[in-house]
Ligand binder design. Structure first.
Ligand code: 5GP
Length: 183
């Protein structure tokens, strides 16, 4: 039995539950199953986009049955606002990706700027392939077309928090995903 409050308040803003723990678990399992099949016989490198993807990555990776590597990259585009700033800071330090099959693990794709920038930078390092697995996608917000190989769920253009996603750094620890709909 799981029980979540139907609404939470973070920084005085009200958020309503959008996806419960059991629903998230199912979405994550579906993605893991597909990756296990598609990459059978390969040794992919999972690249976790911090900080938002850490819960998704941690649950997904424990369902991956492949021999694989894990690395992280830090991205920040929302700052303290509920809208993408369009400016993306990416900290790719000493990634060793040459000749590797990369699977980027992202929490949510909004405008697409973050992933576009990350992919551009990764291509310079000559990986064998690059694929994206994202838990959530907001197609209505897209500014740049990005090929998302694995999508957990497409959602309306709401601002969401929980399960790693923050509102000004708060709300990441919520086990369910909550949305803020403008009134
Ligand atoms: P994009 O570059 O596609 O506009 O945004 C990608 C990043 O912005 C995500 O990795 C995430 O960190 C942040 N982001 C996008 N939409 C949301 C949202 O609804 N809630 C939260 N908390 N972060 C979001």
């Amino acid at each position: 039995m799981q029980s979540h409050p139907n609404t939470v308040f973070i920084n005085q803003k009200k958020f309503k539950v959008l996806l419960r723990e059991s629903e998230i678990k199912q979405l994550v399992s579906n993605i893991a199953e597909r990756i296990n099949e598609d990459y059978f016989g390969k040794k992919p490198l999972f690249l976790i986009v911090l900080k938002g993807s850490m819960f998704f990555a941690s649950d997904l990776l424990r369902k991956i049955e492949l021999e694989c590597e894990i690395d992280t990259v830090s991205a920040k585009s929302y700052g303290n606002y509920m809208k993408s700033t369009g400016e993306v800071n990416l900290m790719i330090s000493k990634l060793d990706v040459t000749g590797k099959d990369i699977i980027i693990l992202e929490d949510i794709v909004d405008t697409g700027y973050t992933l576009n920038k990350l992919i551009e930078k990764l291509k310079f390092l000559n990986p064998a392939s690059i694929a994206i697995a994202t838990l959530l996608s907001k197609p209505a917000m897209r500014k740049i077309n990005i090929d998302l190989k694995y999508i957990g769920l497409e959602i309306p253009p709401f601002f969401v928090i929980g399960y790693g996603l923050d509102f000004s750094e708060f709300g990441r620890n919520l086990p369910a995903i909550y949305s803020h709909e403008e009134e």
